[in-house]
Design a protein around this ligand. Structure first.
Ligand code: IMP
Ligand code: MG
Length: 193
């Protein structure tokens, strides 16, 4: 059988298909890292990662950035176990680093309705930073409910529920090396509701 016609092996049986391969992520992060390094130059940057989703993306992206960085994390919840938001974002765990007069780069896995990032940006603004910019791995533009666009975007994607490379459904699938579309039948099993 010619290899070109063989379907690509999925890294998990719960995936319908792969949306972004591991190699494509690696390539894109190099470019994104260079863009961010160019934008900030040698000025120290305070990176704030939204955990848990941005953990993998942040870890890989920061190693492509030459600008000196300080790292902090913030924990926000709105999804619980659903694939659609079930309430307004709640900040569960706050920042440890001082942000006053600092250049802040907020990193999240995905920009969807925009509610999470705008809540975190508002929280950061209270601390009087010198600047705030946002960076997301994925952007589901058609789902936006609040007017917010990220300054740095890895990949624009269609309105489909994706998992892997940090993105989860009910805390599962985060460790998949690529980004894949979850089979529709698995998105809301009754026992996870
Ligand atoms: P927003 O507040 O609607 O912009 O949602 C952002 C948050 O929702 C992200 O940090 C993710 O945790 C989660 N999210 C949105 N879409 C997806 C998806 O397709 N897969 C997994 N998580 C998602
Ligand atoms: Mg998240």
């Amino acid at each position: 059988m010619p290899t070109a016609t063989r379907p690509k092996k999925l890294p998990h049986p719960d995936l319908e298909r792969i949306l972004v391969t591991e190699a494509a992520i690696r390539q894109r992060l190099k470019v994104l890292g260079a863009e961010i390094s160019k934008a900030y130059g040698s000025e120290e940057l305070t990176v704030i990662a939204v955990v848990n989703g941005a953990v993998f993306f942040t870890a890989d992206l920061l190693r492509q950035i030459r600008t000196p960085v300080r790292l902090d994390c913030i924990r926000v919840s709105s999804y619980r176990n659903s694939t659609r938001p079930v309430g307004p974002p709640r900040i569960l765990d706050t920042l440890q680093l001082d942000l006053e007069q600092r250049h802040v780069l907020l990193i999240d896995d995905i920009l969807d309705t925009g509610r999470t990032l705008s809540a975190v940006v508002a929280e950061i603004q209270k601390r009087k930073p010198a600047s705030v910019r946002t960076c997301v791995l994925l952007d589901k533009k058609v789902r936006r409910e609040v007017p917010l666009e990220a300054d740095f975007v890895g990949f624009p994607i269609p309105d489909q529920f994706v998992v892997g490379y940090g993105l989860d459904f009910a805390e599962r699938y985060r460790n998949l090396p690529c980004i894949g579309v979850l089979k529709p039948g698995l998105q809301n099993p009754p026992e996870w509701a």
